[in-house]
Design a protein around this ligand. Structure first.
Ligand code: SF4
Length: 253
């Protein structure tokens, strides 16, 4: 399918998804042609999607990026979620030689020193494993929501990801955190206990802190960086990545 055809397909899907509830959205995605992969960070939104996929036994693969720097609570939740819903969550991990190359160049925690180093670490620990998880996929399901940050305020239900040549589906795009919390409580869905300790958004341990009352949901992610649009690169075009990301990849390929 050409990029133009993919864009048309995504626009049609975006309109169709808008009128459906979560279960119907995921069922529609599961019926689409090609392999569908849902990537979960075990965040509260992702737990809602995992629960729906598991409960309805939908043929959507569930994958997570085990970066090697996750909170123990997050790692524990992977197994707990698998057991609760009788599902398998496939772990994708960074390559040791990539980690070694990053550490030799920047230091293991060099991501605090510059945005370039931080993007390079995310590239090694997240983007390369993500590429493995999505290899051959036609559909990528995510837990992105418009309310998570200003950077995500225009998140559609479906869009064409030209860089990865697949359709990206965000079935919770229009859900508020209040609706998410109510759903999780009503369905007794297991969630990361850190949410109750002031962590609405949870990534790697060295790069996540609790937020203060009134702060945006993602304010605790890479808090030392003075850029309100900071992301790890999973949901922004590769063209926005720093040149050093490419360098690290090139030296470790
Ligand atoms: S969030 Fe931090 S530790 Fe995790 S991959 Fe990115 S820079 Fe590295």
């Amino acid at each position: 399918m050409t990029p133009s055809e993919q864009q048309t397909r995504a626009a049609r899907l975006d309109a169709d998804l808008a009128a459906l509830d979560l279960s119907e959205r995921l069922a529609l995605v599961a019926d689409l042609e090609g392999r569908a992969v849902f990537t979960t960070s075990l965040g509260i939104e992702d737990q809602v999607i995992t629960a729906a996929i598991g409960t309805d036994r939908l043929p959507i693969e569930i994958a997570t990026l085990e970066t090697g720097r996750l909170f123990q609570e997050t790692v524990d939740l992977i197994a707990e979620t698998e057991e609760r819903f009788g599902i398998a969550i496939k772990r994708y991990r960074p390559r040791q030689d990539d980690i070694d190359a990053f550490a030799a160049r920047y230091g293991l925690n060099g991501f605090y020193e510059s945005v370039e180093a931080r993007h390079a670490c995310c590239h090694v620990r997240k983007l390369i494993p993500l590429a493995s998880a999505l290899d051959g996929a036609a559909i990528w399901v995510t837990g992105l929501r418009r309310g998570q940050s200003g950077n995500r305020a225009a998140t559609p239900f479906a869009e064409y990801d030209a860089e990865r040549n697949l359709i990206k589906v965000n079935p919770l795009a229009d859900w508020s955190i209040e609706v998410i919390n109510a759903y999780v409580a009503a369905e007794a869905i297991p969630v990361n206990p850190m949410h109750k300790r002031g962590y609405p958004s949870i990534g790697c341990e060295p790069c996540t802190r609790a937020i203060k009352p009134g702060e945006p949901e993602r304010a605790g992610r890479w808090w030392w960086e003075n850029d309100e649009k900071r992301e790890c690169g999973l949901h922004v075009p590769e063209a926005a990545a720093t040149p050093m990301e490419t360098t690290v990849e090139a030296t470790t390929a």
